[in-house]
Design a protein around this ligand. Structure first.
Ligand code: PLP
Length: 391
């Protein structure tokens, strides 16, 4: 695969017809090293966020050995990673998927109801070597994508489920998810308070605590608290919990490990006022921009611009014939943007590739490795957006 100094170096070299995924494995490696260094427990990468072999390779190279997987295809994929510990953390699984996962060596499963506990026990033939995680529902605070309505046992039910699971689990864990792109640490304070009360209510001693994912990435309209602040409050709150002193901890970052590690490079096929028609969209990698209102950092990469060409807001339209193929933004780009220009859309490493489909015959990408820093970062020195234009 081609390695290039930057997205603009790519456009200097060729004018790609298809949209291009620009991978920055070094950014995934840096994020992984941060978590491995700061978090005193297992760091399990949430596989669904991005399963590019280049990013998985970078995470692995940095020392990631635990993976949060949520489906059989993900497990079959991740089971090929040497020394990988797989955690099947989807609270609702088919019997076939449980059985097959168990056969592939998976011993770690999550559940949020007695029905799922029965299913796991039946599908594994009453296995006594399981690490079972009870998923509890916690209140989402300042999260872009709350998950509490779909998964998790509440209060009294959660306490009962802990007691019942304790009786069959070799190891008992408790897990929760504060919701994706949670921008303030108080979400973890509230969640750990709820977890604290459930543990007290159950009177059960847990062996492991998994604080889930939800750690934020930077976007132009989202400037989260520093990740260190999250770690500080999380560890301080765990200190006060009624758990073993040497309790084993786990976290499951997805977005925070890979958001910075991929850009999308698109071409402008038409400009109509402040509307740009580009060659990827909501059925491709821009689903979150279209349907969840995510704003990604953008920069013009096909020519240099100067101060006389101010940044102005644009809306983006994707290549399909569907009128919902529309990303409202605002996306800031030089006023002079025109047909034939190329744009780098940054910090798209989390979920964008994973969601992209093939509607209308689109959805094919070229792929390159980029060696320059990510467009926006939570880690390291370039904590500000690099100049809008190259040069
Ligand atoms: C998706 C998911 C994650 C990762 O969430 P992020 O917000 O990307 O950090 C972690 N754990 C579980 C169970 C998930 O479903």
């Amino acid at each position: 695969m081609d390695q290039l100094a930057s997205a603009s170096a790519l456009i200097d070299k060729c004018r790609p017809e298809r949209p291009v995924r620009g991978l920055r494995p070094h950014a995934a490696g840096r994020a992984a090293r941060w978590f491995l260094d700061k978090f005193p427990g297992d760091v399990a990468y949430a596989y669904k966020a991005n399963s590019s072999v280049f990013l998985i390779g970078a995470l692995y190279g940095a020392g990631i050995r635990h993976f949060d997987v949520a489906s059989l295809p993900e497990i079959e994929d991740a089971a090929t990673i040497p020394d990988a510990h797989l955690h099947f953390m989807h609270p609702v699984k088919s019997r076939h998927a449980i059985r097959r996962a168990y056969d592939l060596g998976v011993r770690s499963f999550s559940l949020d109801g007695e029905d799922e506990l029965d299913k796991i026990m039946e599908a594994t033939g009453g296995a006594r070597d399981l690490l079972l995680w009870v998923r509890v529902a916690v209140t989402a605070i300042n999260s872009r994508i709350p998950l509490e309505r779909k998964f998790g046992a509440h209060g009294e039910k959660a306490a009962k489920l802990l007691i019942k699971t304790r009786q069959v689990a070799a190891e008992l864990g408790l897990t929760f998810h504060v919701g994706s792109q949670t921008t303030t640490p108080d979400a973890f304070v509230t969640a750990l308070g709820e977890v604290h009360r459930i543990i007290v209510k159950s009177g059960v001693m847990i062996d492991r605590l998994d604080i889930g994912g939800g750690f934020p990435a930077r976007y132009p309209d989202s400037d989260p608290a520093p990740l260190q602040d999250f770690m500080d409050v999380i560890l301080a709150n765990i200190e006060t919990m009624p758990v073993k002193e040497n309790i084993k901890l786990m976290c499951e970052p997805g977005r925070a490990l890979v958001a910075e590690a991929e850009s999308l490079i698109v071409r402008v096929d038409a400009r109509r006022g402040s509307n740009l028609y580009i060659n990827d969209g909501s059925y491709g990698m821009l689903f979150d921009a279209a349907h969840l209102g995510f704003i990604f950092p953008t920069r013009l990469i096909s020519r240099s611009v100067d101060a006389s060409d101010p940044l102005v807001p644009f809306e983006l339209w994707g290549p399909t014939c569907d009128s919902i193929d529309h990303m409202k933004g605002p996306f800031l780009l030089p006023d002079s943007v025109r047909e034939g220009d190329y744009i780098e859309i940054g910090n798209m490493g989390a979920y964008a590739r994973a969601i992209a489909g093939r509607f209308n015959g689109y959805g094919e990408y070229d792929e390159v490795i980029l060696l320059d820093p990510p467009v926006l970062s939570m880690y390291g020195a370039e904590n500000t957006q690099v100049a809008a234009a190259r040069g």
